[in-house]
Ligand binder design. Sequence first.
Ligand code: ZN
Length: 163
Amino acid sequence: MKCPFCNHPETRVLESRDSAEALRRRRECQKCQKRFTTYERVEVQPLIIVKKNGKEEPFDRTKLRRGILLACEKRPIKLEKIEEIIDSIRRNLIGRKKTHVPSRVVGSLVMSKLKALDTVAYMRFASVYREFDNIKSFIAEASTLEKKKAEKGNQDNILVETK
Ligand SMILES: [Zn+2]
């Protein structure tokens, strides 16, 4: 493992910690003494997402992140929280022990995460994924959530965009 600061080829492992996601190693460069962390991940069977039209594509973390970021735009949500969501969705999908997972499963996992996190982000994401049968049920869901939020004393406004 080369040092990312000075490119020296010798680094020393100070600490190793195994988690569900990856093996985390704290390293120190033997030349410049700077410390950094590496993550070692096990490559599992490829996870294939099957879209509504039947097309298949590999699970793409970047793409999923893009979709979530779009829904969370200008919302008080930390990037690390989004990474956590992506990690937990990935774990959930892998845990199913199936190589092919329908895209709606991914969509509903994201929605359940966002629902617990931020109403506006949730509604945005849901509207994109068109998981609501029709606009009526969408608005009904929105107002239910709004009421719940209002009861909690949350000042967030729900933006419902009708098309
Ligand atoms: Zn170094």
